[in-house]
Design a protein around this ligand. Structure first.
Ligand code: SF4
Length: 556
C-alpha cells in the first residue's frame, strides 16, 4: 500500500505529503536508512508513524521522554502505538506493590513470585511487554531499546522498521550508555572500599587489569547472591538492587574488555559525593561510538528512519554512528525539509561585541554582561532563557550582573535543575540561566518568547573525551556539535507557525562558527541570519538572485 494512505492525521501540513511520497519511493527502491532533517513544526511524528504503519512490526523510539508522552497522548497518533517502559516503572503485584519489577519478588525469592508462564499474564511489566511485542508499533525510549538488546528474550529484534526520532546525538547517547564507572553508585560498598585507592590507572594495561580484577570480584559477589537464592534464602530489596547494579556493571565492564583493543577508550578519575562524603570515581568511555551503534541499533532491524532538525552533516553522522558498517552508502539517504515558520516571527538579533572563548573572557565578558542587562531591561515582563555551555560560566555571569537583576534570575545547579525549570515555567517574567536545556524542551507561546545565546554551545574541552577528540584533530566534529547544540537552543521557543521569539546572540564566536560551517547550516536558519553576519559569498549569491528577479520582473 502507498504510505501516504496510512497518514494518521486528518489533513497534511505543508510539505508532509511530498516528503512521504519521496520517502516511500526511496524505501521501495531499496534504500534502508533515511536521515530526515526536518525543522520544528513540520510534523515529523505523523510522517514517521506513517511508515511505522506501513512496515509492521515496527518500533518508534526517541531519547526524549517528553516526546513519548506527546505521541502517546495525541488523539491521532496515540491509538496506533503500544508503549513499553523500563522494568523499574512497573510495580510487582506479587509483592503488594512494595517493589518494582526490576527488584520484584521473583528476583528475590525462588519459591515466591510468578512462575515463568504466569508472569506474562499477571506481571504489569511482562504483560505490557508481551502487548508491545505483539503490537504493530511499539513505542519506547531509546534507552529501553538499547537495554532490551541484552535483556532476556523475547526481545524487540528483527523489526521491519525502527524510527529514531530526535536521533541527532545517537553516537553520544550510545557512548554514554556503554561507559564503565567504578564508583559507590555502581559497585557494592565493600568492593568500592577495596579498590578506592587504586582508581587512577596510569596506562591502558593498568586500566584493563583493574577492571578485570573488579569484574572478577563482582562476579563472585553475584555468584554468592545467586547461591543464596538457590538455597532458598530470600534476598532483601537492598540486595536485589545491588544485584541489578552489579549485573549492569559487569555487562559494561565485559564489553569494555572485549572492545578495548578494537576501538580506543579513555578514562579519567574525578570526584563525586556519596551520602555526603567526597568519593573518587573512575570512568572509562570509548572515544567513538561506531562499533556500539552497530551492535545496539543498526544490526537489529531491516530499515531505519532517523529524524531531527539538526542532522547537519550527514556524512559525519554516518561515520560517527557506524552506519557504514551495516549498510552500503547508496542505501542511506538524507532528506531536508524547509521550515514552515515565517522568518519574521523568529529573528536572530546580533548584540555580540567579541568572542567569549576562555582566553578572551577577561576582555569581553563585562561587555556581554552589560548587553545581557540591556536585554533584561528591554524584555521586562518576559520569561527569558539564557543559554550557557557550563554551570561555571552561568555562575560567573550571575556574580557579575547588577544586583537589581538578580531577583529575576534562576540559577540552576546539576542537583536542582529540574525544580528550577519547573519554577521558571510557572512564574512568568523570570530569567532561567539555562545549562544543557537546549534539547527536549517545548517552550511554546507564552512560556517563552525571548532567548539569549550567551556563548556558543561548544562541547566542554575539559571533558576528557572531547579533549581526546581534539588531540586527534576532530575539529569538524567539535564544530558541528557546537552548531547543532546552538541551533537546538534556537528551536526551544518557536514551536508553531503563529508562535514568535526573539533570539539574541552575545558571542561573536557563534557568528564565526556559522560562517565557517555555512554549508551545513539548514536553510530555515540561514534565512534569519542578519545581513552583516552572512559570509561574503552568500551575500554575493543573494545579490545575484535579487538582480535576476528584478530583471525577470522588468522583462515581464
Ligand atoms: S513477574 Fe511476578 S513476581 Fe516477578 S516482578 Fe512481576 S509481578 Fe512480581
Amino acid at each position: 500500500m502507498e504510505a501516504v494512505k496510512l497518514f494518521p492525521m486528518p489533513s497534511f501540513r505543508k510539505y508532509q505529503k511530498e516528503v512521504i511520497e519521496r520517502m516511500d519511493e526511496l524505501f521501495e527502491s531499496g534504500v534502508k536508512v533515511i536521515l530526515l532533517d526536518a525543522p520544528v513544526g513540520f510534523g515529523k511524528s505523523a510522517v514517521n508513524l506513517t511508515f511505522c504503519r506501513k512496515y509492521v512490526q515496527s518500533i518508534y523510539t526517541t531519547p526524549q521522554l517528553s516526546l513519548i508522552d506527546q505521541i502517546k497522548n495525541d488523539k491521532y497518533l496515540g491509538k496506533y502505538v503500544v508503549e513499553i517502559k523500563g522494568r523499574e516503572n512497573y510495580p510487582c503485584v506479587k509483592d503488594v506493590m512494595l517493589s518494582t519489577v526490576d527488584i520484584g519478588l521473583c528476583k528475590r525469592d525462588r519459591n515466591l513470585g510468578c512462575s515463568a508462564k504466569e508472569r506474562w499474564i499477571v506481571c504489569p511489566y511482562y504483560s505490557q511487554k508481551l502487548k508491545a511485542l505483539n503490537a504493530d508499533i511499539a513505542l519506547m525510549s531509546l534507552a529501553y531499546y538499547i537495554v532490551d538488546g541484552y535483556l532476556e528474550p523475547p526481545n524487540f529484534n528483527d523489526r521491519r522498521l525502527v524510527v529514531i526520532d530526535e536521533g541527532h546525538n545517537l553516537a553520544e547517547f550510545v557512548v554514554d550508555h556503554v561507559k564503565v564507572e567504578l564508583s559507590p553508585y555502581t559497585l557494592p560498598p565493600k568492593l568500592y572500599r577495596r579498590y578506592s585507592g587504586r582508581l587512577e590507572p596510569r596506562s591502558q594495561s593498568e586500566l584493563e587489569a583493574l577492571v578485570e580484577m573488579v569484574s572478577e570480584d563482582v562476579e563472585h559477589e553475584l555468584d554468592a547472591l545467586e547461591f543464596d537464592l538457590m538455597g532458598g534464602v530470600r534476598l532483601s530489596i537492598e540486595d536485589a538492587r545491588l544485584r541489578e547494579k552489579m549485573s549492569a556493571f559487569l555487562r559494561n565492564a565485559r564489553r569494555m574488555l572485549d572492545t578495548i583493543r578494537k576501538t580506543e577508550w579513555i578514562w579519567e578519575t574525578t570526584w563525586t559525593t556519596y551520602r555526603g562524603k567526597p568519593c573518587k570515581v573512575l570512568k572509562a568511555v570509548p572515544i567513538y561510538g561506531r562499533l556500539f551503534c552497530e551492535e545496539f541499533v543498526w544490526s537489529r532491524a531491516e530499515r531505519f528512519i532517523v529524524s531531527s532538525a539538526t542532522i547537519l552533516d550527514p556524512k559525519l553522522f554516518v561515520r560517527e554512528t557506524g552506519l557504514d558498517l551495516c549498510f552500503e552508502l547508496d542505501e542511506i539517504r538524507h532528506l531536508q525539509v524547509p521550515s514552515t515558520f515565517p522568518p519574521e516571527n523568529r529573528p536572530l538579533i546580533d548584540l555580540a561585541e567579541g568572542r567569549l572563548s576562555l582566553e578572551m573572557q577577561d576582555i569581553n565578558l563585562p561587555k556581554a554582561v552589560s548587553k545581557l542587562e540591556e536585554i533584561l531591561i528591554k524584555e521586562r515582563g518576559e520569561s527569558i532563557a539564557v543559554h550557557f555551555p557550563s554551570y561555571r560560566l552561568a555562575k560567573q555571569v550571575y556574580d557579575r550582573i547588577g544586583p537589581v537583576f538578580r531577583h529575576r534570575i534562576i540559577l540552576p545547579t546539576p542537583e536542582t535543575r529540574e525544580k528550577d525549570l519547573e519554577k521558571w515555567l510557572k512564574e512568568r517574567g523570570k530569567v532561567l540561566f539555562a545549562v544543557a536545556f537546549q534539547e527536549g524542551q517545548d517552550w511554546k507561546y507564552d512560556l517563552c518568547h525571548v532567548q539569549v545565546l550567551f556563548k556558543a554551545l561548544v562541547p566542554d574541552v575539559s571533558d576528557k573525551r572531547v579533549a581526546a577528540r581534539l588531540q586527534r584533530k576532530d575539529y569538524k566534529w567539535l564544530m558541528i556539535q557546537a552548531l547543532k547544540e546552538s541551533l537546538q537552543a534556537y528551536g526551544r521557543a518557536i514551536r508553531a507557525p503563529d508562535d514568535y521569539q526573539r533570539f539574541y546572540v552575545l558571542d561573536s564566536a557563534f557568528w564565526e562558527l556559522l560562517r565557517r560551517q555555512w554549508k551545513y547550516v539548514p536553510d530555515w536558519f540561514k534565512e534569519v541570519v542578519p545581513w552583516n553576519r552572512l559570509p561574503e559569498y552568500e551575500k554575493r549569491l543573494r545579490r545575484a538572485k535579487e538582480r535576476a528577479r528584478t530583471r525577470s520582473r522588468a522583462s515581464a
